[in-house]
Write a protein that binds this ligand. Structure first.
Ligand SMILES: [Zn+2]
Length: 248
């Protein structure tokens, strides 16, 4: 017996309900739209949860806050339709603002206990040189909420959910935006889809910015696929939920 037989890399393609937790409206798609589109095609329910209101990234300064929020949601729904996202949730914390980490963790615990995903996606909070606190807090709160979902002594923000929750299995967590990937997925079949998804985010990128984003992600996908036997890949760190503590 080896540690790999006890804690194998979980198979995300066996997942039936996947909760993708992101700090901003476009992070799941920038990090993993190629894979998520494949998982949706594979029959998994894909659910997005966005932690912040993302208002700081809106490029058109003439929009009111309400108009900017509407534009962000319109883009996100358009992108989600292409990926195959079934449902979306928003926590609305202030983008790049001051908010409490434990409030986010309580909200994520409530959603995980309510939605009961068998796989969770989130940004890697340990990405070296990640300077955006929203990404670090979201990734860490998602990790802790996955680890602690079965420990109902740790209260969520929804007592009614906690009262009826009887536990469920989360098979794994997949971190995108990672510098230590252990899975590279061939996204050649969904690269066109990913480009179409990215081009929905018009509120956050001007046309030149979108061209640059697509070009940069194209190059990154080719870099990730080097030596893998395919052209374009998305890198993930995929961990068994028991591997999230003490380096086991
Ligand atoms: Zn972001």
């Amino acid at each position: 017996m080896t540690i790999e037989t006890i804690l194998p890399i979980p198979d995300m393609f066996a997942a039936k309900r996947i909760l993708c937790i992101q700090p901003h409206y476009d992070d799941n798609d920038i990090g993993a739209a190629g894979i998520l589109a494949q998982l949706a095609q594979n029959g998994a329910e894909i659910i997005y949860l966005t932690v912040t209101n993302d208002l700081m990234g809106v490029v058109d300064d003439s929009l009111s806050e309400a108009e900017a929020a509407e534009a962000l949601k319109r883009d996100q729904f358009a992108a989600g339709k292409i990926v195959g996202v079934k449902e979306q949730f928003w926590l609305g914390y202030p983008d790049a603002g001051e908010y409490n980490y434990f409030d986010v963790r309580r909200d994520l615990l409530a959603h995980i206990r309510h939605i009961q995903p068998d796989f969770v996606f989130a940004p890697d909070p340990w990405l070296t040189y990640e300077g955006h606190r929203d990404h670090i807090q979201t990734g860490l709160a998602a990790t802790e909420a996955v680890m602690f979902s079965g420990l109902t002594k740790i209260a969520s923000s929804d007592p009614a959910v906690d009262a009826t929750y009887r536990g469920h299995d989360i098979h794994g967590i997949a971190f995108y935006f990672t510098r230590e990937p252990n899975v590279i997925v061939d996204i050649a079949s969904t690269w066109e889809t990913k480009q179409a998804v990215l081009r929905c985010y018009e509120a956050q990128f001007d046309p030149a910015g979108l061209d640059e984003l697509v070009m940069a992600l194209d190059m990154k996908s080719r870099q990730a696929a080097a030596g893998q036997g395919f052209e374009q890949g998305e890198p993930l760190k995929v961990l068994h939920t028991s591997a999230l503590h003490c380096g086991i």
